[in-house]
Write a protein that binds this ligand. Structure first.
Ligand SMILES: [Zn+2]
Length: 286
């Protein structure tokens, strides 16, 4: 969840971003690069073609906000992208007339529109359907098995997911902690058939070891993707999550004014511009 803070009836020019409770105002990017990994140019994410990409996201918006530019680039380059969404995000509204059922539907529609803008069809979005804020109360063994099954099913060349090495426990929203840790644990469970033998016995899904992982929302990113050419798609896809931004969060409307769009565009541009002036998204490459 992300929202713009309204001040005295006017949106503050210095945009305050909150990503699930974490104020990112004043931070140009999620965190400074550390221990930068040098990858040969032909092996960089910008050059990926025809790869199988699996993306895990706690809510229907985190992947857009964290890596929408990268997703648009991967999609443009003919990679097959599947998105697994842990929760239905059905509680993040301050509109007293909103219901959980209605919000879940709104969030689904917004996610499908955001993905359409990024070049990902609705059929490639997979909803696990857990209630917003309740992921940590799901049975972890069952949840890990569901994730391991998706890994065995899609056999991705690359996985993108939240960074479990982050300071989640200190400050982050419950669903992010759980999604980060469970996804990481599922890598191991997918590798060894005796963790969930029914996957092979019932569905003939063989074990699979994920070759490459990029963590988003990292406090220790070591890799950045140049999203200059797709940034506008990230801005438009982010803005498609209308209900995540004021005034729609407090008084739901599916419409978005040009002024709010511009704030979203400028806010992400500020956050995604690195010290060299390049528009990037940062990850921790495993
Ligand atoms: Zn989230």
């Amino acid at each position: 969840m992300i929202s713009l803070v309204q001040k005295s009836g006017l949106f503050s020019f210095s945009i305050f971003f909150f990503v699930a409770g974490m104020q990112l105002s004043g931070q140009p990017l999620s965190a400074p690069l550390v221990d930068t990994i040098i990858v040969p140019s032909e092996q960089r994410v910008e050059k990926y073609v025809n790869k199988s990409i699996l993306v895990f996201t706690p809510h229907p918006d985190d992947e857009t906000f964290a890596m929408g530019g990268t997703l648009a680039l991967l999609s443009k380059n003919q990679n097959n992208i599947q998105i697994i969404i842990y929760t239905n995000d059905n509680k993040g509204s301050k509109d007293l007339m909103m219901t959980r059922e209605k919000l879940a539907q709104i969030r689904r529609t917004e996610e499908e529109e955001a993905c359409r803008i990024l070049g990902i069809p609705a059929g490639q979005i997979h909803w696990l359907g857990y209630e917003d804020g309740d992921l940590e109360y799901a049975d972890p063994r069952v949840l890990r098995g569901r994730i391991a099954r998706y890994i065995k099913l899609f056999r991705p060349d690359v996985v993108f997911c939240p960074d479990p090495g982050n300071q989640w426990v200190q400050w982050h929203k419950t669903d992010h902690r759980m999604a980060a840790n469970i996804t990481q644990d599922a890598f191991i469970a997918a590798e060894w058939h005796l963790y969930y033998p029914q996957h092979y016995l019932d569905e003939n899904l063989e074990p699979f070891s994920v070759p490459e992982v990029y963590y988003y929302y990292s406090q220790r990113p070591n890799y950045e993707v140049d999203i200059s050419e797709t940034f506008i798609l990230k801005a438009r896809a982010s803005a498609a999550h209308v209900s995540q931004f004021e005034p729609s969060t407090s008084n739901y409307t599916p419409e978005m004014s040009d002024e709010v769009f511009q704030l979203i565009h400028d806010g992400f541009k500020m956050r995604n511009t690195n010290e060299s002036g390049m528009i990037v998204e940062r990850f921790r490459k495993r």
